[in-house]
Design a protein around this ligand. Structure first.
Ligand SMILES: *Cc1c(COP(=O)(O)O)cnc(C)c1O
Length: 401
C-alpha cells in the first residue's frame, strides 16, 4: 500500500539528528547558511511549521504597513494558508485560479486589490511554478508586496523576464529564479507531505532589510523538551511506516488523521529544534536527487495517462517543476492503495469557518472546478513503474464502471 506522501529518513539521518541535539545551535546555524546559499537570499528565519512562518511573516509585514490588513489568497489552497492569516489577526480576500494551470487568474487578482491589501500570496501547487511574471508586474504597479509561497515547490525554477513596471521592485530580474525567491518574502515548509521534511518546520527568506529587522525583533519561543521528543519519535515512526509494506498500519488508524487538511487558526508558534535543523540540512543536501526522482515518476504518470482523458494540469512554459505530486482533473474516487487522493475538499469561499474572516465575494469558478475534480498522484521514492501501471489500470476501470 502506497502512502500519499513519503519522505523517509534513513537511520543515518536519525543518528546525525540525534547527535545535533547535543551540539547547541550549530545545526541551526549550519542549516541557516545552507538555506542562504540555496535561496540566494540574505536573511533566513526558521519556525516550528510553515503556518507559523507565514503568520510571523505577515505580522512583520503589517508592522511596516499598519493601516493594511487584507491578505489576498488563491480561492483554492491548503487550509494552512488561511489558518496562518487568521492566526496573525488579518483578513482574507480571495482571488481565482486558472483551473488549467493552477496559476493566479490575472483579472480576478487585479480586481481583489484594495487600499487595504497588505500582500498577495502566490502558491506554487504540487511543485509547478505559478506565473510570477504577471503577478509581480501587477504587484509592482500597485506597490504591494508578494509572499512567494513555495511550501510545495522547493527547488522548482521559473524564468522571469524584466518588465518595465516591475523594475525596481523586490527581486525582479531576468533569468532563472527559484520558487520562493521572487517576492518580498519567501516561504518553504518541511512538514510531512513536502519536498523535504523535518517532520514539521517552516522557513522564511527575504532580501528586504526592514522586513528582516521586523522579523528579528519578534521573539520566538524555543521548542519545549517535550516537543523535541515528540518530533524525534515521529521521525522514527515515519522512517519505518511510510514503507509500502508497512503503511497499511498507520493508514488503518483513523485518529492519526493522515493527509487531512483542517482550517485551524490556533497553533503553536516556536522555533525549529536542533534535531529538525540537522534533518533539514541532510534533506536539503539531497534535494536535487529527491526532485530528480520525483520528475522521473511524474514523467511516467504523464506518459501513461496521455490521451487517456485525464487532464493533467500543465506546467507553464519556461518553468522547471519539481512535481511534489501530479495533479489531474478527473472526477473519480480516491484510490487509497496507490496513494491517489483528492485535492483540498473545498474551495476557501465554501469554508464556513473562514467566513467571519473574509472580505469580498466570488464567484471563483476556477477554484470551484478544482475543488470538484482535482486528484493528485504520488511521486515519492516508493512509487514504482509497476505501481503506476497498476494504478492507471485501476483508474481506467473506475472510469468504465
Ligand atoms: C503545506 C503548506 C503550507 C505550510 O503548511 P505547514 O503544514 O504549516 O508547514 C503553506 N502553504 C501551502 C500552499 C502548503 O501546501
Amino acid at each position: 500500500m502506497l502512502a500519499p506522501a513519503g519522505m523517509p529518513f534513513t537511520l543515518a539521518d536519525m543518528v546525525a539528528a540525534l547527535a545535533a541535539v547535543f551540539s547547541g545551535d550549530e545545526a541551526l546555524r549550519g542549516f541557516g547558511r545552507d538555506v542562504e546559499a540555496f535561496s540566494g537570499q540574505k536573511h533566513v528565519f526558521f519556525f516550528s511549521s510553515g503556518r507559523a512562518a507565514m503568520s510571523c511573516g505577515l505580522t512583520a509585514l503589517q508592522a511596516l504597513h499598519p493601516q493594511r490588513d487584507e491578505v489576498l489568497l488563491p480561492a483554492y489552497t491548503s487550509y494552512s494558508v488561511p489558518s496562518a492569516v487568521v492566526h496573525a489577526g488579518l483578513k482574507v480576500r480571495l482571488y481565482d485560479l486558472d483551473p488549467q494551470t493552477m496559476s493566479p487568474q490575472p483579472e480576478s487578482l487585479a480586481a481583489a486589490i484594495t487600499g487595504k491589501t497588505l500582500c498577495i500570496v502566490v502558491c506554487h501547487f504540487y511543485g509547478l511554478p505559478a506565473d510570477m511574471r504577471t503577478v509581480l508586474t501587477l504587484a509592482a504597479e500597485r506597490g504591494i508586496p508578494v509572499l512567494d509561497d513555495a511550501a510545495q515547490a522547493m527547488g522548482a525554477t521559473a524564468s522571469i523576464h524584466d518588465t518595465e513596471a516591475a523594475k525596481g521592485v523586490a527581486n525582479v530580474g531576468s533569468g532563472q529564479r527559484k520558487a520562493g525567491t521572487a517576492g518580498t518574502l519567501g516561504l518553504f515548509s518541511m512538514s510531512r507531505g513536502k519536498t523535504i521534511s523535518a517532520v514539521d518546520g517552516g522557513i522564511l527568506v527575504t532580501d528586504d532589510e526592514r522586513l528582516a529587522r521586523a522579523l528579528t525583533a519578534m521573539p520566538l519561543r524555543s521548542p519545549s523538551v517535550l516537543r523535541q521528543m515528540k518530533t524525534a519519535i515521529m521521525a522514527l515512526v515515519l522512517c519505518f511506516f511510510l514503507h509500502p509494506r508497512l503503511y497499511w498500519i498507520p493508514a488503518g488508524l483513523p485518529w492519526l488523521r493522515l493527509g487531512e487538511s483542517h482550517f485551524a487558526p490556533e497553533f503553536a508558534v516556536a522555533g525549529l529544534t536542533a534535531f529538525q535543523a540537522a534533518l533539514g540540512r541532510r534533506m536539503l543536501a539531497r534535494l536535487p536527487d529527491i526532485n530528480a526522482r520525483r520528475r522521473a515518476v511524474a514523467a511516467l504518470w504523464r506518459s501513461r495517462l496521455k490521451g487517456d482523458g485525464a487532464g493533467c494540469i500543465a506546467p507553464l512554459p519556461d518553468t522547471e517543476p519539481v512535481w511534489l505530486r501530479v495533479p489531474v482533473m478527473e472526477q473519480a474516487e480516491a484510490l487509497q492503495e496507490f496513494g491517489i487522493v483528492r485535492g483540498y475538499p473545498q474551495s476557501l469561499d465554501a469554508l464556513d469557518e473562514l467566513k467571519p474572516h473574509r472580505r469580498g465575494n466570488g464567484p471563483y469558478p476556477g477554484a470551484a472546478l478544482l475543488a470538484e475534480k482535482l486528484m493528485t498522484l504520488p511521486t515519492h521514492c516508493y512509487v514504482t513503474e509497476a505501481a503506476v501501471d497498476e494504478a492507471v489500470q485501476a483508474m481506467r476501470k473506475g472510469r468504465a464502471a
